[in-house]
Design a protein around this ligand. Sequence first.
Ligand code: ZN
Length: 183
Amino acid sequence: MATALLVLDMLTDFTSGKLANPAAKQITEPIAALARAARGRDDWVVIYGNDAHRPGDFELAVFGEHAMAGTPGAEVIGELAPQPGDLIVPKRYYSAFTETDLDATCRVQGIDRLVVTGQHTDCCCRHTSYDAFARGITVVAVSDATAVYEPFAAGRYQQAQDDALRYLRTYYGAEITSTADLL
Ligand code: ZN
């Protein structure tokens, strides 16, 4: 069986663009370190779940236009650029499983554990985690490699992040760990 390191929405629009998140900066190096380690392990694969929206996508009514497919805002930031052998999953909904090929990829690759990184902990990470949970895939959430959307946290960033992680542990049985513990 195998582990997937899932990197969610570490895109230009989600870091410095239309949905700029100051908290994205502090999780970039931990994710990079995890990706380097994952690429060196036979039983790990790196999978990117990347927003690639089309005009009219339902989510745009909530967040406004962001990460439109084919635009610079929808590109993975340079520090985390995908490498040969990594898998890319374009998505149009919060969950990287919704109407994508991630389910098939997990079955073909025998993935039974998903290490969730990226953003936002209480949105795309959470919805993807639910879909993993519903497939019997173990969810591991990395506390210092995930981030909530700071502009929504109303000055209580750490509380919002802790609450989001607690939700994953409470409802999906997620293991909450740190980058250091995984390396
Ligand atoms: Zn989106």
